[in-house]
Structures are given as C-alpha cells and as structure tokens.
Design a protein around this ligand. Structure first.
Ligand SMILES: [Zn+2]
Length: 464
C-alpha cells in the first residue's frame, strides 16, 4: 500500500469507529428547529449556526466565526496550512424549510426517527446532513493526520431557504478573504434510483412583466368594438410572436451565445435513463413538448426557454360581460444556459415585444429579476476527481446532471468570486426535501463523509 491508501484506510477506520457518535451528533443537530423563514425561529436558527461553529472549532478548524449578514449569520471556518495545495470553498446551509402540513409527519419533524436505514427529520437531507458530513470529514483528517491535504474554507449559510437575501452582499464584503480555486456545493443529490451523480450545470433566469394598457376604463364592446385596439388581443399577439410552433424561441439573437451541446456532453445525457412516456404521465400530460432535436433532459438542463408564468386581464367572473378590457398583463421568464447574459436576454426579449405591431395601446416591459447560470465542464479535473471518489465509495460510475433550476449561491460563486463550481451532493432522490417526512439514507450520509475525505486527497493530487 502507498502512504495515501494507508492514510485513507486510517480515515475510514476513524469514520467506522465514530459512526455512533456521529449519528448522535447528527440527531442533535437535527433537533434544532432552524426554520430560517419564520421569525419565531430566529433564536433556533442562530442556535444551529452556533452548534456548527462550536464543532468546527473543537475539531480543529481555524478562524471559526458566526459572521453577521444583516439576516441569519454565515458560519465561516478555514484551514489554510496545505502550502502549494489547492483551496476549496465548501458551501452548504444550516437553515431548513418550514414543516407544514404537520399532521402528515409520522413523527414530529424535529424529533428524528431512524427506520429502514434512513433518518427522518426536517433538514436531514436539505441540507444539515450534508453540512454535518463535511464537518466530520474535516474532523477525520485533523484528528487522525493533524492536517488536511488541501486548504479549505467553509461557508455555511442560514438563508438558503429564504432566498439567500444577504448572501451576495456578504460574499462581496468578504471577497478579500475568500480566495479559492474551486467552490464545492453540497446541496444536491443523486440521480433517480439513488445513483451517484455530480451536478455540473444550473440554469439562470431572466424574469419580466409586460403591461398592455388601452382605454382609461373597460369599454362596452358593442359601442367601441371595431374602433379600439383590445389590450388582451394585443397581448395575445405579442405572446404568440415570442415562440415558434416547434417550441423554439422566436426572439432575434436569443440563441446567439448559447453554448452548443458537444458530442461528449450529449453522450452523458444519453446515459441518463428516462422513460419519456412515464415522465409525461407522471405530470398528467399527453406528451412532452419542446425544441426538436434534443433529449428531454437536454431541453431541461442545457437549452434556454421562454415561458409565460402568468396571464391576466379583462373579465374573469361567471357568465359573460361584453367589454374591451382597459389593460392586460403577463409575467414571462426565460431559463438561461451558458453563455447567455441575463441582462442582454432581457433586452432582446423586451425589444422583440416592443417590435410587435399592436397600434392603439401602450406596451411596457420591465425586468423583475435576473439570475446567472452556472456550469463546470465535465472534463474539469475537479469534476473528474469527484467522480473517481464517488465511484470508489459507492461502487458505480456517477452521472453528470444539468439541473433546470438554480441555486443562488452556485451562480454567486461564479459571478462574484470567479470560481468554478462543482455540485457534489449525496442525498437520495426520494429525500422528500421541503415535504413531510424528509429523510436521508444513512448509507448516503456515511458514504458522503468517506467521499469527501477522499476528495480532498484527490484534489491535492491533481497536477497544479
Ligand atoms: Zn438546500
């Protein structure tokens, strides 16, 4: 055996013999009802931050701090003595979702229950379990070896479930002490069937509202119909102009910066088992619909979209009322992929809307919010290293996932700190995060700790 396999064996042995203590500590962490969105739980959320900070400090991490943000604090800790080795910024969150409807929980959400190899509690998977296993992976290294093979900075947030309100501000204020080579986010999980996976992509967003204004008040359609532009008809005309029948977006230049799906990436998408008919039936639609020439999961993860999210105007009551409405409105959003710019996409969609010929009404388009996409190349050495460790611990080749949604922090690490982001998470896909009876498979949790222990070594071994 080489020195390194010796080291990993010692760390595994440490994790084996501390499994009961770790589980007890995990249970204790889960007992704290850190529901960040509810102000009556402010003290609990703070208590979860302190719980975490206390462990990190006790286990040998440095500069441990419960750092104020204006909202719930960020728990920061680091260990920076691996000279010449890479620095990894690890992200997770200690706040949890609210628990209602309470009556659907088998046991109260903060009274953890262990059954069938799972631990059931709010936050077990999202995201306290993942934060906790990271802390224990660091403990294993520091207690057994007196060192970590890389430099780490932990950034554990308390506002993930309430929109990460103060996160970007904190990142900007602390940028000077957050230098790193890579961000590792552990707030995602495995693929359907509990197969290990690395999430490499998240989509961004641009969200806008369209207001079409006509006459001062609703008009009698008998008296005025034929002489005024109808704002609802005009809005329908506008929306129809934004998309082609084949599902592509008809906004000029919309796709100009979209990064093409390479054959290598396409091959990864093809590996993902997906039964299209089942996928459609699961949501009650007769068939899937989207851009031709792409797999459904490609359309979800690696292609942009334009969707109407809400549409209103005119008479909505029972029966009929013959009016020409005074105004009509739509909320529209686009999911964005690399290398689209949210701002520029907004401008293009706005210009396309304003170019639709609808005389006789006023059309206003305003941005509501933007979010950046995040994407790390599946060939990135840090991704390959994570894959190797997952394979070693879980015994199968991981999948690479491109998620359709976003994690605000993922984009912030890219845009504010300029870091590549690898989303290495360990939760079982049936974890019921955000729902009653949330659970984490204990083998995923334990395997997660062992994967992280290996991952730090694998990153240290990368050629610099
Ligand atoms: Zn989460």
């Amino acid at each position: 055996m080489t020195d390194q396999t010796d080291t990993i064996a010692r760390l595994d042995a440490f994790l084996d013999r501390t499994a009961d203590e770790r589980l007890g500590d995990y249970v204790e962490f889960l007992r704290i009802p850190s529901i960040g969105t509810l102000s009556e739980h402010d003290a609990d959320t703070e208590a979860a931050a302190r719980f975490l900070a206390e462990r990190l400090e006790r286990w040998g991490l440095e500069h441990v701090e419960v750092s104020p943000t204006g909202g719930h604090p960020i728990v920061y800790a680091d260990w920076l003595h691996a000279e010449g080795a890479p620095t990894v910024l690890v992200y997770g969150h200690y706040d949890v979702q609210p628990v209602d409807p309470l009556d659907l929980w088998v046991r109260p959400p903060f009274d953890p229950r262990i059954e069938d190899g799972r631990i059931f509690a709010r936050g077990a998977a999202d995201d306290k379990g993942q934060v906790h296993l990271h802390a224990w992976a660091a403990r294993a290294w520091l207690e057994m070896e007196g060192r970590l093979p890389i430099n780490v900075r932990y950034v554990f947030e308390g506002e993930e479930e309430s929109g990460s309100t103060h996160f970007d501000g904190w990142l900007r204020d602390n940028r000077h002490r957050l230098s790193a080579d890579l961000a590792v986010i552990s707030d995602t999980g495995f693929f359907e069937g509990n197969h290990p996976a690395i999430t490499v992509g998240l989509r961004g967003l641009t969200y806008l509202q369209v207001d079409v204004t006509g006459p001062d008040v609703d008009l009698h359609s008998g008296t005025w119909g034929g002489n005024v532009q109808n704002p609802a008809n005009a809005l329908a005309r506008i929306i129809a102009a934004l998309r082609n029948d084949d599902g592509t977006v008809a906004v000029p230049s919309f796709y100009d910066e979209v990064r093409p799906i390479t054959p290598e990436v396409h091959a990864q998408f093809q590996r993902l088992p997906l039964d299209e008919a089942e996928f459609a039936a699961g949501i009650g639609v007769p068939e899937l619909f989207g851009e031709a020439g792409f797999l459904p999961l490609e359309r979800r993860g690696a292609r942009p979209t334009l969707d109407v999210n809400g549409l209103w105007g005119g008479f909505q009551g029972e029966g009929s009322k013959t009016i020409i409405p005074a105004h009509a409105h739509a909320k529209i959003s686009c999911r964005l992929v690399a290398d689209m710019d949210p701002e520029r996409t907004f401008e293009r969609v706005r210009d396309a809307i304003l170019a639709v010929p609808v005389p006789g009404v006023r059309v206003d388009v305003r941005p509501l919010n933007h979010g950046m996409w995040s994407l790390v190349d599946i060939g990135h050495p840090a991704v390959a290293a994570a894959a190797t460790c997952l394979r070693e611990v879980f015994g199968e080749e991981p999948y690479y996932l491109y998620e359709g949604g976003s994690i605000p922090a993922g984009a912030s690490f890219g845009t504010i700190l300029g870091l590549p982001v690898a989303l290495v998470g360990f939760t079982n896909p049936d974890d019921q995060a955000h729902a009653p009876n949330e659970s984490m498979v204990l083998a995923n949790y334990e395997g997660g700790a062992r994967t992280v222990v290996r991952y730090w070594q694998a990153l240290a071994d990368l050629p610099r």
